[in-house]
Design a protein around this ligand. Sequence first.
Ligand SMILES: Cc1cc2nc3c(=O)[nH]c(=O)nc-3n(C[C@H](O)[C@H](O)[C@H](O)COP(=O)(O)O)c2cc1C
Length: 297
Amino acid sequence: MNRNADGSLRASSSNAALLRAAVALAPSGVEVTLYDGLGDLPHFNPDRDGETAPAAVKDWRVRLQASDGVVFSVPEYAHSLPGVLKDALDWVVGSGEFMDKPVALFNASPRGTYAQASLTETLTAMMAKVVPEAPIALQLMGTPLNADRIAADPEMWESRQKYIPATIRGMVTGIEHTAIASPDPHRLAGWYVEHLDFAINYRSSNSQTVFVKAADGSMLEIIESNTADRQALDMKAPGLRHLAIAVSDFDVVYQRLMSKSVSFLTEPEKKGGNSLVFFTDLDGNILHLLQREKPLP
Ligand SMILES: Cc1cc2nc3c(=O)[nH]c(=O)nc-3n(C[C@H](O)[C@H](O)[C@H](O)COP(=O)(O)O)c2cc1C
């Protein structure tokens, strides 16, 4: 779920209109809601915080906690943020609702660059993830503030492709595991333990499924295959082709695999500072031993 926060209390706010357009553009599966409680928040006062924090503050925090990302669209007042918005942000500095929260910045008046810079600075200080590819600046001053008309603007439509995935990106944290089907899952799991220092961290009680885990927490799920027949070994056939095994000392692990008579598909090589070789596990799955000089960005 996404939440939009408007920085203007004006009834005919152009920033509110921009956010209403964002609501209208939300694709299925993504709920974008407007936060309209800014005017109810009291001035920030640390003495009023804690258990007895005002109800409007508690509501602001709860709504932020329930959001995967936040979209702001704020006016600039005298080269800065509107005071109401700064108060709203100050209420959540200590409670930390913006920590790691993806945030997109919209702007209905592109000349208001000080407010955008100030908001970015404040959100960054609060450890929010201000998504660089998400901002949209549409000049709405002096135009009819019809959300459907704004939503139809090609720039707005294009921005939807960027800010929606970017602000909900925090929902996807990575690949939890990769599954390998094997005629003998436990035997294959043992191979990973013996050859590549994985540890068995789960055994199903009602199937052959077993999980193995590497030192960095990455996991393989080994499930029972429905046939022992394998397709021919092809490193570039469509679909998942190999698992790259990260190592901190390529030469040591390579020598160890050599001594265990592992079947190699390529000669070891150095490419751009990276050391790599392709080989197969006990079942013939393609593995890629890799030591990177520096991690990809
Ligand atoms: C008190 C006040 C101060 C303003 N100061 C600036 C400013 O420093 N720079 C700027 O670009 N616009 C400034 N503006 C214009 C607003 O930022 C601009 O009209 C904005 O789009 C209004 O947003 P809204 O329609 O959502 O209320 C100011 C407007 C007001 C009312």
